[in-house]
Ligand binder design. Structure first.
Ligand code: HEC
Length: 152
């Protein structure tokens, strides 16, 4: 009887721990059908701001500013580990396509930075347009399905 009681208490304690942990995890791991924005969205929004800085830099012929913003695009942060896993598992067999788009953006931003170092305005504008195309291509391929999957 006593052993049974201890056993039941232990069992309920274990369940409590599991339940609490699930609650904690639920806070950390965003559910795939939540309206909580992805960290990716903030990263993207910052890329957008960097692009605006670049157009401003071009207008002012401030090549240092262009170079700085281009390098921030090239080295943009990655989403946190758990979100990266969710993204990779969602893109599934398209993972190499997704990564390829990211690499193209990276390389185009590096090329833009080089043009800015050379202070060659026309080259900067051409490189900027190539960069914009890399953003657009990934958006056309992935934005809609990401939003359908990660937000309701
Ligand atoms: C590898 C794919 C990929 C590349 C490359 C990419 N994006 Fe995105 N971007 C996305 C996805 C997916 C979304 C939708 C995310 C969401 O709605 O949460 C997005 C959304 C955005 C948004 C909207 C953010 C918001 O607040 O709704 C902006 C701005 C943006 N991207 C800018 C850029 C810029 C600028 C570049 C290039 C320098 C770029 N992105 C390159 C995948 C990409």
């Amino acid at each position: 009887m006593k052993v049974g009681y201890v056993f039941t208490r232990t069992l309920s304690a274990v369940f409590l721990i599991i339940a609490t942990n699930c609650k904690l995890l639920a806070g950390v791991i965003p559910d795939s059908n939540t309206t909580e924005p992805l960290a990716l969205r903030k990263i993207m929004s910052d890329l957008g701001k960097n692009m605006q800085t670049i157009t401003d830099g071009i207008s002012r012929e401030d090549w240092k500013l262009v170079k700085k913003a281009a390098s921030q695009i090239a080295d943009h942060p990655q989403p946190p580990f758990v979100e990266s896993i969710q993204i990779l598992s969602f893109v599934g067999s398209n993972v190499s396509l997704f990564k390829d788009h990211d690499n193209k953006t990276h390389n185009a931003a590096i090329a833009l930075g080089k043009a800015a170092t050379e202070k060659d305005g026309y080259k900067v504008i051409t490189a900027f347009s190539i960069l914009q195309n890399t953003c657009l291509t990934c958006h056309q391929n992935f934005r809609k399905s990401f939003q359908e999957h990660f937000y309701n």
